[in-house]
Design a protein around this ligand. Structure first.
Ligand SMILES: *[C@@H]1O[C@H](CO)[C@@H](O)[C@H](O)[C@H]1NC(C)=O
Ligand SMILES: *[C@@H]1O[C@H](CO)[C@@H](O)[C@H](O)[C@H]1NC(C)=O
Ligand SMILES: *[C@@H]1O[C@H](CO)[C@@H](O)[C@H](O)[C@H]1NC(C)=O
Ligand SMILES: [Zn+2]
Length: 566
């Protein structure tokens, strides 16, 4: 990960101007100003700014305002049921051709304010909508890429009733307290209200049987579990109806990017609990943390006195949470979700919102881009009909171990498999077809501040019906072997210093220490093999004998390979 070196300032600055511009230039700019200062007495606000805490009606107005400013790339819709007190759970969708899933275009979401008194995420998501719309109108390459290649859904407030309660408290006391408004109007913590699927997956793991994804049918789960709240039910149906790929759930009270699992395997209150995609989730969590103004600063003051200032944390290793939304996403949908804690203060004064936006703007954009890591493609039958619900199985080639979490293809046969950097074998398994396998190398580089943005590389599969003879897999097998050879050379023994010193010993006339920086490890091995072959067999054995055992094996492979090529 080289995220720390990436220039991020330009987006921050751009976005902040954007927010101001929309507030002052829009035809209906009165909607963006604070009309009734009495509403927000406890929180200092300025005129001509959107940086204040939006009450429910103001929030919906602002969303509507963004929609009117960018009608061709936005759509407003409400989830299937409102909150306990009847407030709609309103989503703004941002994409070209809103309203439909375009096969091949990944679906992304942000959810804010699930804990009603953790209010920063909600405001950040409102400013993000404004920024996205304005950046798009200004033809910024970043916004253009996101809007043309991604379908983004933003639910700024999942718990508007709790928000209202916390807001009233803040207005009365000048300060919110730690818990008022956290839960919904039935006093249920929504992040402890989803079906507990971890117990089920841990049992399946232990017994090596059962599914490793999409564990329950949503209608059935809702019918059977009367404790599910309206807000939870609405979100569960939403997740079942849109093929989300990546998501973040925005909270407050700390400053860290938290990734699955949240619930520990052992039941201990604190224990690192890796999910099968741990490697990818670490990458995803960093892609927020390292683009945030302060989250990854090791010198910042921890929120917890005596605690640590970590940029990212595994959920279980922080503290175990059962029935959370994050693990539910992973275990019952294709969606990878992380949980972002956006600051120590759950309900900061309105005057701090602008600088909070400065801290979060680049990270919010960067995280959306990560929906384009890994691979994607289409799964079809030989006659080109799409194959839905095919299982995309992945083996990590470097370790040889499967990633025990399958993604399913969507209705149009499109699939999206987020993966951190590495070498993988992908096998597609679908009822009524022979399996198909491809090996790939994943090198992710999409981030804010880069010159060009590209969607994930496409790997398509054409499946042969199982009543026909199995297709010849020799080519795929050979490609996998080649990739495996590459891994051997590049990852297992990347001891370049040793290579360079042996080369320098064998061929002192070449200034290896100078040119080696330009050469790949594979190339260095190649030159070493050549140099060795110029020796007498006796001398060659002597030199090989001096080298570490694994290094010798490596070299013998290279020698064998280069001889074949001759
Ligand atoms: C909530 O949304 C539904 C449709 O999504 C709409 O019919 C209803 O009028 C909305 N309720 C309010 C109070 O705006
Ligand atoms: C969604 O709910 C909001 C807020 O209650 C309402 O103003 C709006 O009309 C609803 N939108 C739709 C599309 O029904
Ligand atoms: C196809 O894949 C499935 C699932 O991984 C596996 O159980 C099955 O053995 C595979 N079939 C063949 C012929 O390899
Ligand atoms: Zn929270």
């Amino acid at each position: 990960m080289k995220l720390t070196n990436v220039p991020v300032l330009f987006v921050i600055l751009l976005s902040i101007h954007v927010a101001h511009n929309l507030a002052s230039k829009s035809d209906n700019s009165h909607n963006l100003k604070v009309q009734d200062k009495e509403d927000v007495k406890a929180m200092p606000v300025e005129e001509d700014t959107i940086f204040f805490h939006h009450e429910f009606e103001k929030m919906v107005e602002l969303m509507d305002e963004v929609h009117k400013a960018c009608p061709e790339i936005t759509r407003l819709y409400n989830l299937t049921e409102p909150s306990v007190e009847g407030r709609n759970l309103t989503v703004l969708e941002i994409t070209e051709n809103p309203g439909v899933h375009i096969p091949g275009k990944p679906e992304f979401k942000y959810v804010g304010n699930m804990h009603g008194n953790e209010v920063v995420g909600k405001e950040m998501l409102l400013y993000l909508m404004v920024a996205m719309c304005e950046e798009y109108k200004k033809n910024s390459p970043l916004a253009k890429f996101i809007v043309s290649q991604t379908r983004v859904h933003i639910l700024p407030s999942m718990n508007p009733d709790g928000w209202q309660k916390a807001f009233m408290k803040k207005k009365e006391n000048g300060e919110a307290d730690w818990l008022t408004g956290r839960s919904n109007a039935n006093d249920v913590d929504l992040n402890r209200n989803f079906p507990d699927l971890n117990a089920k997956i841990y049992e399946n793991e232990r017994e090596h049987k059962g599914r490793n994804n999409h564990l329950v049918k949503v209608d059935k789960a809702i019918a059977m579990d009367k404790s599910l709240q309206p807000e939870t039910r609405a979100v569960m149906r939403w997740l079942a109806s849109v093929g989300f790929v990546l998501s973040a759930n925005l909270h407050g009270g700390d400053l860290v990017a938290n990734y699955p699992y949240d619930e520990t395997r052992s039941g201990k209150s604190q224990e690192y609990t890796a999910c099968p995609d741990d490697h990818t989730f670490v990458y995803l969590a960093k892609s927020y943390a390292y683009f945030h103004g302060t989250m990854a600063d090791p010198h910042r003051i921890p929120c917890d006195k005596g605690g640590e200032s970590k940029p990212i944390t595994n959920g279980g290793s922080w503290y175990s949470v059962a029935k959370g939304m994050q693990d539910y996403n992973y275990l019952n949908t294709n969606c990878f979700e992380i949980t972002l804690e956006l600051g120590c203060d759950k309900f900061p004064p309105g005057s701090e919102l602008e600088s909070l936006w400065m801290d979060n703007a680049a990270a919010l954009f960067n995280y959306i881009l990560q929906v384009h890591i890994g691979v994607k493609g289409f799964i079809q039958a030989l006659d080109a009909t799409p194959v839905a619900n095919a299982e995309i199985k992945v083996v990590n080639l470097a370790s040889g171990l499967p990633i025990d979490h399958d993604i399913l293809s969507l209705e149009d046969g499109d699939y999206y498999r987020l993966l951190g950097d590495g070498y993988y074998k992908i096998t597609v398994h679908a009822q009524g077809f022979h399996n198909a396998t491809r090996c790939i190398r994943v090198t992710n580089s999409i981030h804010v501040g880069s010159e060009d943005f590209a969607p994930a590389p496409r790997v398509d599969f054409a499946l042969t019906p199982s009543d026909k003879p199995a297709p010849d897999s020799a080519e795929a097998v050979e490609a996998c072997n080649e990739l495996w050879f590459e891994i051997q050379q590049e990852t297992q023994l990347d001891d370049r210093d040793l290579l360079v010193s042996v080369l320098s010993y064998l061929e002192p006339s070449t200034k290896w220490s100078i040119v080696s920086g330009e050469l790949s490890t594979v190339k260095l091995y190649y030159y070493l093999a050549q140099a060795l072959r110029r020796l007498q067999p006796e001398e060659m054995r002597e030199v090989l004998h001096l080298l570490p055992h694994a290094f010798q094996e490596q070299l013998e492979m290279v020698i064998a390979a280069t001889m074949q090529n001759k």
